[in-house]
Design a protein around this ligand. Structure first.
Ligand code: BEZ
Length: 220
């Protein structure tokens, strides 16, 4: 298993752009590694097509995308034509690599197995997992979705925005935050320091008498 806050493991893998060494491929970018159960399936097609359309948004955030399933490179390459057609992407070159983890080495090592989903030989497939890895190769987010629920990639972008903002300022983002909304000063920042760094702080006093919710606004 990979643990939040620890270094994401390096690995070599077969992909649609040839063999890669993961850390080298990432370089100094952030990365999103996401897996899907199987090629040529409906939900997966909508997900990979959505990411094709979102690539410019991830590029703006210095973030590379890589997909993974237990299908072969040959299967991935054939399927990408369908994904491109479905997405309406104007370019015939698929814009991110897909890992072929046919022997499940990575799927098992990274804790991505979904034992509800099996191939025609009864061997489990990859779940819909998402990892966000920062530019220091640290794991910053890990989520697992069931096979029948397509992911909300606006939410993945929102978390990425939150992580990058909170790395820059000593803030945290509230429930349902979207970029531009107020943020909150991290509990570790003492009040006197908070007033210096964030002159427009709005402190809420709770029935407990405690003042731990300190709202402010920062620009990314
Ligand atoms: C799909 O992508 O549509 C799918 C894949 C595996 C199980 C259920 C749905």
């Amino acid at each position: 298993m990979v643990i939040l806050g620890e270094q994401f493991p390096n690995f070599t893998a077969k992909t649609t752009i040839g063999d890669i060494s993961f850390h080298e491929w990432l370089g100094d970018a952030w990365g999103i590694l996401f897996s899907h159960p199987a090629d040529f399936t409906p939900v997966c097609t909508t997900e990979l097509a959505r990411l094709v359309k979102l690539i410019p948004e991830f590029t703006k955030r210095n973030t590379k995308i890589i997909a993974l399933s237990c299908d072969s490179v040959d299967s991935h390459l054939k399927w990408t034509n369908d994904i491109i057609a479905y997405s309406g992407y104007p370019n015939s070159v698929f814009p991110y690599p897909i890992i072929a983890d046919e022997d499940r080495t990575l799927t098992i090592e990274l804790g991505m197995i979904d034992s509800n989903e099996k191939d025609s030989h009864g061997i489990p497939l990859a779940a819909r997992s998402v990892f966000i890895i920062d530019s220091n190769k640290t794991l910053r987010l890990s989520i697992l979705y069931p096979a029948t629920t397509g992911r909300n990639f606006d939410e993945i972008l929102r978390v990425l925005d939150s992580l990058q903002l909170c790395d820059k300022h000593k803030v945290a983002t509230p429930a349902d935050w979207v970029p531009g909304d107020d943020v909150m000063i991290q509990p570790s920042v003492p009040d006197d320091e908070a007033k210096n760094i964030f002159p427009n702080v709005n402190v809420i006093t709770f029935p407990s008498g405690k003042q731990y919710l300190r709202k402010t606004n920062v620009q990314n």
